[in-house]
Design a binder for this molecule. Structure first.
Ligand code: TRP
Length: 478
């Protein structure tokens, strides 16, 4: 356990908050949240999502931060040490393993999409979107993700930036980057919301995002054949609710060791409860603001609200190509996306780096470069699985789904490792760590502690159990 003695720390609470918010705010907020809200019917999805963020996600943030701070090691080292202190099975360190391995897998494809944002920033700046229509926007995107050279270059450019920051260490790299990038991100986002408000259909966007329509959330249309055979027009479904739960976990960077690692760089004087609320609040605020920047444009230009993953890359460029100052705002928008992605990707490279650093005692630069390149190489498979690229014909029939390589990695992490990791983390702090030790570590008021304890003991494991049980049921039983 070389290196453990001089385990790094944040220089201030502010630096920690910026880093944690930077981890949370990412492609999940600006790319995924708007299209999931769009597909999930708008306001009702947003409401349910926010409930999950505050009643399940925030208590989980508290749990992970406290485990990291108590352990003062990588997620694997921390879990092992705490389980040992508590005289519990060393198998609990599997939570740490799943986090470190999961983060490694996620960064390998997160960096691919990160590369797309860099490429689109350059395209926007060069005026590539001027006057394009929907067909051209689509062929531009598909052409780009199908190009083996361009996708490789942008993926490794993104990975290189991530490695560069992580290599410089907690205070010299992570902190310096996030304390500049996060305020910049907020400023760009506010400019974009204001701009959208003036040029787009703001009233319609607000109505869409905040006026809940629970029918849309809970009822899915039946197929035409089913209706012809006498079925009603819609059927009850919890799919979208579960989607919202998964999204709240992803957006808060839970269950893959990112937050636990950031917790391990915390000093004892930082209040974990209040920090978790700030992180969750900022993360939700950015998701909503991203919605308010994007949907006014979507409505004003008659784009499809349920445009899926293509909403940001295939729809918005049409609007940027038509609107006044579209080159400036298009570049700003994709720059914003790139910044958000970078501050998240560093938190995904951190768990594997902190583990290997602790295990080998190598210096951080060497570890960051080794792990970053390894993840980068693994990422080539994801990059080339998209569009018409070299490996796009490789499909896996997994559990009734047909997935490309990127899809397999996403499925494995998002649908299996994250729910299981989250559930076991909640069970561990709720049922296996001594209550008194938990109270001491958190230093919450009695009442707040009781609420938190109830949420992690009962609410989180049950909710996650339902989502995971549903995945298993759908795939193996139904
Ligand atoms: N939260 C980030 C986003 O919204 C992604 C991310 C970073 C993440 N670290 C994570 C997701 C750990 C899950 C687990 O884009």
């Amino acid at each position: 356990m070389a290196g453990a003695a001089q385990h790094a720390h944040w220089s201030s609470r502010w630096a920690f908050i910026m880093a944690a918010v930077g981890s949370a705010v990412g492609l999940g907020n600006i790319w995924k949240f708007p299209y999931e809200a769009g597909e999930g019917g708008g306001g009702a999805f947003v409401l349910v999502y926010l409930l999950f963020v505050f009643f399940i996600g925030t208590p989980m943030l508290v749990a992970e931060l406290s485990l990291g701070r108590r352990g003062q090691l990588s997620p694997i080292g921390s879990m092992k040490k705490i389980a040992q202190d508590e005289k519990k099975s060393h198998w609990w360190s599997l939570i740490g393993w799943s986090g470190v391995v999961g983060a490694f897998i996620v960064i390998s494809f997160y960096s691919v999409v990160g590369g797309w944002t860099l490429a689109y920033m350059v395209k926007a700046a060069m005026g590539a979107f001027s006057g394009i229509d929907a067909a051209v926007a689509q062929s531009t995107f598909v052409g780009y993700i199908s190009d083996p050279v361009m996708t490789l270059v942008s993926h490794f450019a993104f990975m290189a930036i991530t490695i560069f920051i992580v290599a410089k260490g907690v205070q010299g790299g992570l902190e310096k980057a996030v304390t500049v990038l996060m305020p910049a991100l907020f400023v760009i986002l506010i400019i974009l919301v204001i701009y959208s408000g003036f040029t787009g259909d703001f009233a319609k966007a607000v109505d869409f995002l905040f006026n809940p329509d629970f029918d849309k959330l809970l009822f899915k249309p039946n197929t035409a054949e089913a209706i012809a055979a006498g079925a009603p027009a819609t059927h009850f479904s919890l799919d979208t609710v579960l989607q919202a739960l998964g999204q709240s976990f992803f957006s808060l960077s839970l269950a893959l060791g990112s937050i636990m690692t950031y917790g391990s760089y915390l000093t004892k004087d930082v209040k974990i409860g209040r920090s978790a609320l700030t992180i969750a609040g900022a993360d939700s605020a950015v998701a909503l603001m991203a919605g308010l920047a994007i949907f006014p444009i979507v409505f004003a230009y008659g784009l499809d609200v349920a445009g899926g993953g293509g909403l940001v890359f295939m729809s918005l460029p049409i609007a940027f190509g038509q609107m006044p100052f579209g080159i400036v705002f298009g570049t700003l928008f994709f720059g914003l996306l790139a910044v958000a992605a970078i501050t998240s990707s560093i938190s995904l490279l951190e768990p594997p780096v902190s583990y290997v650093e602790e295990k080998t005692g190598w210096d951080r630069r060497k570890v960051a470069i080794t792990m970053g390149l390894a993840a980068g190489l693994l990422g080539i498979l994801s990059a080339y699985s998209q569009g018409d690229n070299l490996l796009s014909d490789i499909k896996f029939k997994m559990l009734g789904l047909e997935l490309d390589i990127m899809g397999v990695k996403d499925f494995l992490t998002n649908n299996i490792m994250m729910p299981l990791g989250g559930m076991f983390t909640a069970l561990f702090v709720g049922w296996f760590v001594t209550r008194k030790n938990m109270m001491d570590e958190l230093a919450l008021s009695d009442k707040t502690f009781r609420i938190w304890y109830f949420l992690v003991r009962f609410v989180s494991p049950t909710a996650i159990g339902i989502i995971f049980g549903k995945i298993i049921y759908d795939n193996f039983i139904a």
